[in-house]
Design a binder for this molecule. Sequence first.
Ligand code: TYM
Length: 333
Amino acid sequence: MKTNKPVLLSGISPSGNLTIGNYIGALKNWVEMQEKYDCLFIVVDMHAITVRQEPGLLRSRCLSFIAQYLACGIDPEKSTLFVQSHVNAHTELAWILGCYTYMGELNRMTQFKDKSKKHPTNINAGLYVYPLLMAADILLYQTDIVPIGDDQKQHLEITRDIAVRFNNLHGKVFKIPEPCFPKIGARIMSLLEPAHKMDKSDTNSNNYVALLDEPSIITNKIKTAVTDSGTQIKTSETKPGISNLIAIYSVLSGITPKEVENNYIGKNYMTFKKDLAEMIVEKLRPLQNEYKKLMKNKDYIYEILKKGAQEATRRAEETLKKVYEKVGFILPA
Ligand code: TYM
C-alpha cells in the first residue's frame, strides 16, 4: 500500500474506553486526513500494559478499538490498521533507541510523573521507557506527520530529538516527524474535574463520554458535567467547565466556538447542556450502529489485522535493517 503520499501515523492505547477526547484529539482528524496521506493506525497494546490490565479485557478491547476505528470512518482499503504486538520491529527498535536516549530526557517526561503518582505501587520500568516505544512506533515507518492531542506533545519532541541524534551519528536513517494538533479540542477536559484532561482510564466514568455510551448515559453525564459560576455560555480562562463544553459542541457540530456562543446568548446552562447531549447522541449514533454491525463479523476484523500486520512488518523491517547496519550488527545471512 506504499504510495508517494506523505506518511501519517498515529495510535491509541487500549487502556480504557475510547472517549470523545480521543475522538476530537485524534480519531476525527485521522479520518479527515486519510485521503491526503499514506496512513498507519495502531492499537498500541504494548503501551497499555505499562499499567496493569486484565488480560481478557485487554484482548477484547483491542478488537473493539479496531472496530471503533473502522466505525469512525477509517477505511482499511486506504489505510493500514494493526496491533502493535503483531509487529516485532517496534520493541526491537525501542531497545536500540534506548541506547541513544539519556535518562535525563526520560526523567523530564510529565506523563511518567503523572502516571507514577496515579499508580504508586506499580512504577515499572516499562512506564519509564514508554517514550522509546512510542518513538519506535513513529520512526519505523519514516513518518512525516503524527496527528495527536496536546498531551502527547512532549513524546513527539523526544522522538524528534532521538531521531536527530541518531541521524547525526550515523547519517540520515530516520525522517524527522512533525506533530499535528487539532485547532480546537487539542485537550478536552474531564467533565467533573475540568482542570484535568478527559482520560479514558479514569476510574470515574462520569468524567468522560465514551464513544460507545448509551444515549441515556450520555445525557446524564452532560447534565452532571461541572459548569462554572455565572450564567453566560462563553469561553473564558476562568470558566474551564463551560469552555470545555463549548469546545466539544463546536468540534462535533462543525461550527466555531464564537458561533456556539452567539447561538446561546440569553439562554441558560441547562438548555445548552440539553442541546449538547442531543447533539453528541446524534453524532455517535451512526458510529455506534456501524460498530455493532462490525462486531458481528469478527473474522472480517481479524482479516484486516492480518493484512495490516503483514504490510506494517514489511515496511518496518526496511527501516530496522538500515538501523542494524548503521549500529554495526551482522545481518543474518
Ligand atoms: P492515548 O491512548 O492516551 O490517546 C490517544 C490519542 O488521543 C489523544 N487524547 C486527547 N486529545 C484531546 N483531549 C483529550 N482529553 C485527549 N486524551 C487523549 C492523545 O493525544 C492521542 O493522540 N502514547 C500515546 C499512544 C501512542 C502514539 C504512538 C500516538 C503510542 N504510540 C505513536 C501517536 C503515535 C497515548 O497514550 O495516547
